[in-house]
Design a protein around this ligand. Structure first.
Ligand SMILES: Cc1ncc(COP(=O)(O)O)c(C=O)c1O
Length: 410
């Protein structure tokens, strides 16, 4: 039975060496959507790999065997948390590299005249590579967002599905922040005979999702934003992965997780990814008394993280919505969005971020490679937005401090 409780923020922060790092002391971190701090288990595994196992893995000597086993462990434990098969998880250099490779596979698989659907809510990584398929005679249909709110209306997809083979959309945009109903959208696309590719990069840092339940055929996220090493993690469900043409060495084509990762794997970082599962398990053990399955543990930790985030986010949204000198992008209700908050302020977002830095706030400004969403919402991309993003390890006092600093700089 779970011990009903709030997230133990002191325990959480103790798992992140950055919070006891002298050079980061007295700085409140609000650029987590660009990349999170790494948790201790990841750093420990990475260090151990470089010290003790930095040899070609899967050879019959101890250091190599341990290195290979740790890489396998990472793939397996991530798969368990994500609710998919171990072979369905691949590690690539980044989500952007992963989508470019996937687009090559679809270029070979689709026929001229086939249609695909892309959005203008996506980061460029999950839209640009797909739009380039137009060069191969693929019809590219754009599922547009609301100009005022950035909302992606699932109803807007209905008229775009006839003859579509692929629908690409984000679980959550890195500037709008709204959480899209992935299961509902995937069901619609599947009913029309299309497969779906979901960019989960801006969602996964707020709790690993059950990808199996969401119904995505492809689900992508970047582990450097989920407390891990700099990798792109990609779930490709077997039914699709075995049909798409292999993009790796021809003799590796029978191994699902090698088919869409032609770059040689970064052994140490793959191994260190098991540390993300260690972290989720440590949070689970701290907050719950049961010994649930890995997927159930990840789900419980996800909910714990989200509850903490929602509690801290609402006052920030209320504060920004009440100001008449900024345009708050995305929903004002914390329950339906991630704590990735962009505002348009009539001057360059980067200049405001710089002013915030003088108050000990680490935030970012610019377009965040969300040029299409910002343009679609009428934002001047030359100025961009100020983005303040946090995660579950953020403390109430840091949000209070951000609001006080905004009072000075806006
Ligand atoms: C929503 C979203 N998708 C994709 C990416 C690209 O990820 P990567 O840096 O791993 O290529 C980012 C990076 O910021 C992002 O925010």
């Amino acid at each position: 039975m779970p011990r009903a409780m709030d997230l133990d923020i002191d325990f959480v922060r103790a798992q992140f060496p950055a919070f006891s790092e002298p050079s980061l002391k007295d700085r409140a971190f609000f650029e987590n959507a660009g990349g999170s701090y790494a948790c201790a288990p990841v750093i420990d595994r990475l260090t151990r790999f470089y010290r003790e196992r930095k040899v070609q893995p899967y050879a019959p000597y101890e250091a190599s065997r341990l290195g290979g086993e740790e890489m396998d462990e990472a793939r397996m434990r991530m798969a368990h948390m994500l609710g998919v098969e171990t072979e369905e998880v691949s590690f690539g250099p980044s989500t952007t590299a992963n989508t470019y490779v996937l687009a090559q596979a679809f270029r070979q698989w689709l026929k001229a005249g086939d249609a695909i659907v892309v959005t203008d809510q996506d980061h460029e990584a999950n839209t640009g590579p797909w739009r380039r398929l137009a060069d191969a005679g693929i019809e590219v249909r754009v599922w547009g967002i609301d100009r005022d709110t950035g909302h992606l209306d699932p109803g807007g997809l209905d008229g775009l599905l006839d003859g579509a083979r692929l629908v690409c959309f984000p679980h959550c945009s890195n500037v709008v922040g709204e959480i899209n109903p992935v299961a509902e959208i995937a069901a619609k696309a599947h009913a029309a005979g299309a497969v779906v590719c979901v960019d989960g990069v801006s969602y996964a840092p707020h709790g690993f999702p059950d990808v199996g339940r969401l119904g995505a055929d492809i689900y992508l996220f970047s582990s450097y934003k989920t407390y891990g090493p700099h990798q792109g993690i990609m779930v490709i469900r077997r039914a699709l992965g075995e049909r798409l043409p292999n993009q790796g060495h021809y003799f590796n084509g029978d191994t699902l997780y090698k088919r869409f990762t032609p770059a040689g794997p970064d052994h140490a970082q793959i191994a260190a990814s098991a540390g993300m599962a260690d972290y989720v398990d440590a949070l689970h053990a701290r907050h719950f008394e049961d010994h649930a399955e890995p997927g159930a543990r990840a789900a419980a930790v996800h909910d714990l993280m989200r509850a903490h985030e929602v509690k801290l986010l609402q006052p920030l949204l209320d504060y920004l919505a009440a100001r008449n000198d900024v345009r708050l992008i995305g929903p004002r209700d914390a329950a339906v969005r991630a704590p990735t908050v962009a505002v348009e302020a009539g001057r360059p977002g980067e200049a405001i971020a710089e002013a915030l830095a003088h108050h000990g706030i680490m935030a970012g400004g610019g377009d965040f490679y969300a040029v299409r969403p910002l343009t679609a919402m009428g934002v001047d991309v030359g100025k961009g937005v100020l983005r303040m993003s946090f995660v579950h390890y953020t403390a109430q006092a840091e949000v209070d401090r951000l609001i006080a600093a905004l009072d000075h700089v806006l």
